[in-house]
Design a protein around this ligand. Structure first.
Ligand SMILES: Cc1ncc(COP(=O)(O)O)c(C=O)c1O
Length: 404
């Protein structure tokens, strides 16, 4: 078919014409989806190996989640937190139980959960730990990705994310990721929290050395510092466990959750922590008009119930081994590095062959959608409903791209 009878090129041009260029999307225009598959405006099908950066862990339009959304749309969609609605308590209780924590504070986007965590940690620092007024600091890691607000980009080490957005929020100390000595040294009497991704997703699925997370847990306990785990991308089944921290038996003081919590339908994020931490917030001190709305809660309750079965964590662990085997066989055949945890993989493509962007464009032509992160690194994060055959298909297409 020639370009002018395809709808994609015109739709790509229109999207570029009418939006700020804060993303560099692949030139595909999706119009429908089901499970692990997407269909574009020209009827071409793609295997989704990004899953909305893990926001679609349960696949597109999971029947149980869609049914919950439909039912809620027909009853009640928004109250604001000025009133209590009938989905709110169930959501908070069931998520708190999944996390093993006393309390949950719902928000909308991941960045809002991170901001909430930072605010709670600072208030806890002043009111409970007794740090010097106005001097609280939080230790964070190089290569972090926690979102896009002005405070969060203030401690980003990615210049694209940070440059020209100052003046920057003070109160953050950046240390190398995975270096326990550096982290321990950075903690002082005014440190209120250590904020980390247990696996750095945007950095290319970077898994810290074994023992690092338990070491962070121990030093935080010893120094009376909150351990905040940003599980917004790594959590809720992605790595083969409910939380990435579970792989090393680590329980943080605060979980930050988002993405998959909304079932790929609505933005839902949350902070989960015990009452001695989240209890520092009093009426009027923090909030969100949409946070914890009835539609969000109705969908997220079903997300938590899907996770409570353990089925998705199991699938992710088992199918992740198949993905690992397929990808490791491509090392020295176009890949120079592979990191896999569950159905989450960071692949370093030999930069002499092609960039990550080029690899993703070629994969898209072959009907597989993935996205580059940095330079020659791409990330695979398929929906956890993907099948063995579909994993084999994705790996085979990648092998073809690398061999071409
Ligand atoms: C680990 C982590 N934290 C926070 C965020 C920010 O989430 P959102 O884009 O929903 O604000 C992301 C998004 O990619 C993330 O990966």
């Amino acid at each position: 078919m020639v370009d002018d009878i395809l709808r994609t090129p015109g739709a790509v041009r229109d999207a570029e014409r009418w939006t700020a260029h804060n993303y560099h999307p692949l030139p595909v225009v999706i119009s429908s989806a089901e499970g692990a598959w997407l269909t574009d405006v020209d009827g071409k099908r793609y295997l989704d190996c990004l899953a909305g950066y893990s926001a679609l862990n349960f696949g597109h339009r999971h029947p149980q989640l869609i049914a919950a959304a439909h039912a809620q749309l027909d009853r009640l969609t928004l109250t604001s937190r000025a009133f209590i609605h009938d989905q709110f308590a169930d959501f908070c209780r069931e998520l708190a139980e999944l996390c093993g924590k006393d309390l949950v504070l719902p928000m909308n986007t991941g960045a809002e959960a991170v901001e909430t965590g930072i605010k709670v940690a600072r208030k806890w620092g002043y009111q409970v730990k007794g740090v010097t007024p106005g001097q609280a600091n939080i230790v964070v890691a190089e290569g972090n990705f926690h979102g896009r607000t002005t405070t969060i980009v203030s401690f980003s080490t990615d210049e694209d994310a940070r440059a020209d957005f100052g003046p920057y929020t003070p109160g953050f100390t950046v240390v190398p990721y995975g270096d326990l000595d550096a982290l321990t040294t950075a903690i002082d009497e005014n440190t209120v929290a250590v904020l980390l991704e247990p696996i750095q997703g945007e950095q290319g699925v970077v898994v810290p050395p074994e023992g690092y997370l338990p070491g962070v847990r121990q030093v935080c306990t010893e120094r009376n510092v909150l351990f905040i785990a940003d599980e917004i991308q790594s959590g809720l089944g992605r790595t083969g466990r409910t939380f990435a921290c579970d792989h090393e038996g680590v329980v943080p003081d605060m979980y930050l959750l988002g993405k998959a919590l909304g079932g790929g339908i609505v933005p839902v994020s949350a902070v989960a922590a015990n009452a001695d931490v989240l209890g520092v917030l009093k009426p009027g001190q923090h909030g969100s008009t949409f946070g914890g709305n009835p539609l969000a809660c109705a969908v997220a309750i079903e997300v938590v119930r899907l996770l409570a079965t353990g089925e998705f964590q199991r699938r992710s662990a088992e199918l992740g081994e198949r993905l690992r085997a397929g990808l490791e066989a491509l090392v020295d055949k176009g890949l120079v590095g592979v990191r896999v945890r569950g159905l989450w993989a960071g692949l370093d493509i030999d930069p002499a062959l092609m960039s990550g962007r080029e690899a993703c464009e070629r994969l898209a032509q072959r009907g597989v959608l993935a996205k580059d992160t940095h330079g020659s690194t791409i990330r695979l994060a398929p929906p956890l409903v993907i099948t063995e055959e579909e994993i084999d298909l994705a790996v085979a297409q990648l092998a073809e791209v690398l061999a071409a």
